[in-house]
Design a protein around this ligand. Structure first.
Ligand code: ATP
Ligand code: MG
Length: 341
């Protein structure tokens, strides 16, 4: 009899503030996944963030960067003051070209627009105006320009990713652009994305970004996967997560060809750190995204479902009006995964 043993090795950056608490809760959930699905987990603890900066003189110590590049997969808790430094370097070094941000209304959480939301935003991460090539006229100091970049290569890559995600959902990709004004860059993004998505056999729709923002509030059910250039995706991601009612419960992933950084969207929440009452949902959902990315669809879905079932049964941490501690909520989720419901 053949026995296959799969081991998932990943860098675990616990982060600052509530980071270690939500990380511990997430490891408990992965232990449950391990029992139910026979997947082994090998978290490699790596230091990064404010604490690392104090102790090691850098928010992203050499050793952490080396391990992250070698392993390629990072599960990361929230980082405090040094968040920007950590994530920009990690993104660059791991070559992540797309950000994936699901926005889903969870049970017991009221959507801000009165209707439940379930969309995934796939955002191009290397180009657009975020190439940060800007010129300021130093003589007058009253004139500045910024460069906006779009290439067929990057657009194609991110469009294929959007198609892959859509196939595991309702199979619809909405291209978000402003090609009526930005004929060159947005025109190219729209045309290349459309060709690739049609090739991939998904349903293709397109919206101007301003209309998309309005329709996301009015009729969110029309959207499934939204494919966006860098800047538009940055803005629409927060809008969608907040509309879903769960900005603080949202995970996010930055992915490359064989790499990925998975993290909660919320910050270090220093005000409640060490109290054992942080909500670990976003970090758990980040772990689910990591498993999904690695091809463990069933395990990822089991985590999501266990969280939804736990919330639906009334299990809540104080931020959602309940009285469960972080680890008690983790137990509620873990036991549902182990029970295989
Ligand atoms: P940062 O600068 O690290 O992004 P911030 O103050 O901008 O921090 P967050 O730390 O994300 O924002 O959160 C703001 C507040 O929301 C926190 O102070 C905390 O009270 C609450 N909060 C955030 N995340 C959680 C969580 N996982 N569980 C419970 N409460 C949370
Ligand atoms: Mg913040």
């Amino acid at each position: 009899r053949e026995i296959s043993v799969t081991v998932v090795r990943f860098c675990l950056i616990e982060g600052d503030g509530i980071g270690p608490e939500v990380s511990r809760a997430t490891l408990r959930v992965l232990e449950a996944v391990s029992k139910r699905f026979g997947i082994g987990f090998e978290p490699v603890l790596c230091e990064a963030g404010d604490e690392a900066a104090k102790r090691r003189g850098s928010p992203l110590p050499e050793e952490t960067l080396r391990k992250a590049k070698e392993i390629g997969i990072v599960l990361k808790g929230p980082v405090g003051e040094t968040a920007g430094e950590v994530v920009t370097v990690l993104r660059r070094e791991l070559g992540t070209y797309a950000a994936i941000r699901p926005a889903k209304t969870l049970p017991g959480v009221s959507p801000r627009c009165g209707k439940p939301l379930d969309v995934v935003i796939v955002r191009e991460l290397l180009e657009g105006v975020y190439v940060q090539t800007e010129y300021v006229d130093v003589v007058s100091n009253s004139f500045a320009v910024a460069l906006r970049v779009a290439s067929a290569r990057e657009t194609e890559r991110v469009a294929r990713l959007a198609a892959r995600i859509a196939r595991g959902r309702r199979g619809i990709v909405s291209i978000i652009h402003k090609a009526n004004v930005l004929h060159g860059t947005c025109g190219l993004f729209r045309d290349v994305a459309k060709r690739v998505l049609e090739e991939e056999g998904v349903v293709v729709e397109e919206y101007y970004v301003d209309a998309a923002a309005a329709l996301l509030v009015r009729t969110p059910e029309r959207f499934d996967v939204m494919l966006t250039p860098n800047l538009f995706g940055d803005i629409l991601s927060d809008l969608a997560a907040e509309l879903a009612g769960s900005l603080g419960l949202s995970p996010s992933a930055n992915v490359g060809d064989k790499t990925g950084i998975f993290e909660p969207v919320h910050g270090a929440a220093f005000d409640i750190a060490g109290m054992g009452i942080a909500n670990p949902t976003a970090m758990m959902l980040a772990a689910a995204m990591m498993l999904d990315w690695l091809g463990y669809r069933d395990a990822a879905r089991a985590i999501e479902k266990a969280i939804e079932d736990a919330l639906a049964s009334g299990a809540r941490t104080p931020d959602l009006g309940g009285n469960l501690k972080t680890m008690e909520f983790a137990e509620e989720v873990a036991k549902r995964i182990e029970a295989g419901n």
